[in-house]
Design a protein around this ligand. Structure first.
Ligand code: DX5
Length: 219
C-alpha cells in the first residue's frame, strides 16, 4: 500500500503544529522529522524537542530520520521523544547490526537509509531485520532538490532482493518526490513516499498537495 509521508523540513516552522495537523487531515499516513547535525550532512535542523512537540499534535506514526553521526548515542532519546520508526544511515554505522538491535530493544521499528552513492548490496545481510529501507533519491541535507535518476535502479534491485527473500520490508524514497516523479518510484518498487517541498509547496493546501501526489503515485 502506497503511503504519503510529509517531511516537515519544508513546513512553516512558525506554525508547525498547524502544518502537521493539515498533513494528518490531508490523509498523510506518517510524518517524517528530518534530524540533521551539520556533520553527516551540511545542514543543522531539528532534534528530539521537535519530535516531542510533533508527538503532542498528531497520532500519526512519526519517523525520526537521523542524518547525524553516532546515531547509536541518540536512539533512546528519540524513542522517548515519541518516534515510532528510527532511521539511521548505513554510512555512519560500522556496527549497523548492533544499532538495529538497539532500535528494536527500544520498542521501535528500525529503518536504514542509504545515500545515492551507497549500493543496496551493503544492506544485503540486514534486510531480514529491517522494517524499512530508505533509498535517498537526493543527497541529504536540503529540501527542494531534483530526484537523482541513477537512484531508480537501486529501488528496482532492492525490491528484487526483498522478493527473492520473501521479505515484506517497506521501501521508502526521499528527495525530489513530486507529481513528476511519484509514478516512477512506485513503478520501481517504492511504497513509502517522503515529500517535503511538494507537500508544503505554499501554492495550494497541504491536503490538495497530498491528494495530487497520491493520484500521481497510483496513476
Ligand atoms: C533532505 C530530507 C528530505 C527532504 C525532502 O535531506 O531528508 O526528507 O525534506 O525534501 P523534498 O521532498 O523537497 O525533496
Amino acid at each position: 500500500m502506497i503511503e504519503i509521508v510529509p517531511s516537515i523540513l519544508s513546513a512553516d516552522f512558525a506554525r508547525l503544529g498547524e502544518q502537521v495537523r493539515e498533513a494528518e487531515a490531508g490523509g498523510a499516513e506518517r510524518i517524517q522529522i528530518d534530524v540533521m547535525d551539520g556533520h553527516f550532512v551540511p545542514n543543522i535542523t531539528m532534534g528530539p524537542l521537535v519530535v516531542e512537540a510533533v508527538r503532542r499534535v498528531t497520532r500519526l506514526p512519526l519517523e525520526a530520520h537521523l542524518m547525524i553521526t553516532n546515531p547509536q548515542e541518540y536512539i533512546e532519546t528519540f524513542a522517548q521523544a515519541g518516534a515510532d520508526i528510527i532511521i539511521v544511515h548505513q554510512e555512519v554505522c560500522p556496527h549497523l547490526h548492533r544499532v538495529i538491535k538497539q532500535i528494536k530493544a527500544a520498542g521501535k521499528r528500525a529503518g536504514v537509509a542509504i545515500n545515492p552513492s551507497t549500493p543496496v548490496f551493503m544492506l544485503k545481510d540486514m534486510l531480514s531485520l529491517l522494517d524499512m529501507v530508505l533509498v535517498m533519491t537526493i543527497n541529504p541535507g536540503f529540501g527542494g532538490q531534483e530526484l537523482i535518476p541513477e537512484t531508480l535502479p537501486k529501488i528496482v534491485e532492492l525490491r528484487r532482493m526483498l522478493a527473492e527473500r520473501h521479505l515484506s520490508c517497506d521501501i521508502e524514497v526521499d528527495g525530489g518526490i513530486s507529481e513528476k516523479t511519484a509514478a516512477q518510484v512506485v513503478k520501481a518498487g517504492a511504497n513509502l513516499l517522503v515529500a517535503g517541498s511538494s507537500v508544503y509547496n505554499k501554492k495550494e493546501s497541504v491536503a490538495q498537495a497530498i491528494e495530487r501526489l497520491r493520484r500521481a503515485a497510483t496513476s
